[in-house]
Design a protein around this ligand. Sequence first.
Ligand code: GLU
Length: 311
Amino acid sequence: MDRLVDAAFAHASRHAEGAVADYIPALASADPALFGLSVVGVDGEAHEAGDTGSRFSIQSISKAFVYALLCDAVGHEEALAVVGVNNTGLAFNSVVAIELNDGHPMNPMVNAGALATTALLPASDAADRWHLIQRGLSLFAGRDLALDEEVYRSEAATNQRNGAIAQLMASYGRITEDPAEVVDVYTRQCSLLVDAHDLAVMGATLADGGVNPVRGVRVVAADVARDTLAVMAASGLYENSGEWLFEVGLPGKSGVSGGLLTVAPGKAGIAAYAPRLDGVGNSVRGQIATAYLSRVLGLNVFVSTAYIPTA
Ligand code: GLU
């Protein structure tokens, strides 16, 4: 495994195309040369290469885990009805998608659905909601995750669009909490600091039926882990989610700071951090390294062989 991770890392390191996200001002200062690759198995063992201790804000990858917390709290049917699981085919921060779907958020991986997910998490007030999310994501990672104050302040000062999305959702009655408070908690969840190793442990927890394999602690129910992976498979890599599933055959979730988490169900979490992004916002090196590992380890969940009766 260590040799294969090294080979995937070397293979992807040759690629220097793509650009660091800059629509959140604090993200623009990320070092484009950073690259970390971490695989954590359901046995809790880590196999890693590169800058796996470099911290970055989790951004959109938080959406998968907050969705898991919501499913765990309200159950499969309610999560399906109120947040949805279908791809929009449009950008993650699309307002048009909301209008086209009568205010329905469609899925938890786009901002409309992520804001609805954060708003629906049962909590007594905004502080409690933030506490539940920070604690829940820390359980997935197996350590206390802290807020990147600079990224939080930078995004809070510039995310008028998310404010507009939350207002629109509220106008459709899809968000009943105060939209500004929901955006604030969502911005905080996106600003939680992780490294590639943390992300791989978080993914390994989903791969392991909701049990953090490093800590031996159940974080969510097994059917919640299953449902979360299904949503990641459908919508985890922005508008290229279909291509990702076609080429790699694994559920994944990427974020604009350059993280990419992929899960091989029952086997491992695979996490990459490399801030150069392609045109839709997915880490270039992260995709190349993960595709390599999926191929050489035979992880594609759609692989099957013909059943040939012998008698
Ligand atoms: N906090 C970012 C936003 O809402 C997350 C975007 C992303 O990683 O896709 O715009």
